[in-house]
Design a protein around this ligand. Sequence first.
Ligand code: NAD
Length: 367
Amino acid sequence: MSRSYRIAVLAGDGIGPEVMTEALRVLDAVEEKFGFTTTREAKNVGGAALDASGHPLPPDTVAACEQSDGILFGSVGGPKWETLPPDLQPERGALLPLRKHFGLFANLRPGVCLPSLTHASPVKNELIPNGFDVLCVRELTGGIYFGQPKGREERDGEVVAFDTMIYRKSEIERILRVAFTAAGGRGKRLVSVDKANVLASSVLWRETANEIAKEFPEIELSHLYVDNAAMQLVRRPDSFDVLVTENLFGDIMSDEMAMFSGSLGMLPSASLGQQKEGGLYFGMYEPSGGSAPDIAGKGIANPIAQILSAAMLLRFSLGEAEAAAAIEAAVAKTIDDGYRTGDIATGAASEKKVGTKEMADAILERL
Ligand code: NAD
């Protein structure tokens, strides 16, 4: 029986539509090669949706996502919409409601620096002769960003402000299971990052991680305090396989990882909801970077983050792991063969400087 899936395609703003076009060409190619089909429903989101219908996340966009097996997202936002009220701004008005609507509680961000791109990383190159490949799994819907009570009031004649870092055990269990499962498909080493020497929520986090570890005896679990983890990550990123941590720590650590990976144009991400039968997830897949208004419309954006986001969708939401691996291998080979968009170029004579479409052409040739 032929395998067929539905994908909601939300290209968004800035470089979003440009890089999405190339990711869809790559999807076309793997569909033919691996014998499956996707039905794609393209919808407006972010600034494009505001311009078309006055709202950054129109109901027909949500409906298309509900009917899909996964969402391939570009990026949203830009100077044109920055002065709108917060709830209408593209990121706040589209991204956060989408995460909430679909209960996307697990954010997966690979921090990958391919061996031939170590020059683009601010980490001393002699420390990472073979590059690195770390996956950060961040809890996305709990912790201090959402904990109640939060607020501001007057106490003893001065203003105080407060937030609550709170985790239910079930929230910790489900994110830990995602992280253990992800580690199982890679190097089988998981570092749980917390602040259990100070925070009660972290003590529960650590206890729960040790309990869940019993379900995954093949995975080596270790623990690091977040301050130490941040230092180790800069010192030896290649010593990590998978990291798992709560929302606030993950927000900071995943950006740290993106920074020392070299270019945002190379990094995909996935936000996953509850695991379904068969081990797959409903998820939203998007580049780690934003809409890059400074280079939008010029045909020079790096399409790799969007193409690798499509690969993550194939792996986690469609169960087409072979096609995902083929895309990842073709991307690595293209970089090895010297193809560079502006963000990852050094100007060396051996490099082939290309634009968005030519980079995708080179990847397609290697598929
Ligand atoms: P950005 O990630 O868009 O850009 C930061 C820098 O990285 C820029 O110099 C940009 O040119 C470069 N860059 C990013 N992606 C690239 C690619 N694929 N190829 C080559 N270079 C690339 O971040 P910003 O400038 O802080 O934000 C721009 C807009 O994007 C803002 O409106 C912001 O709100 C929005 N944004 C959206 C998302 C999202 O949709 N998930 C995430 C972050 C920022």
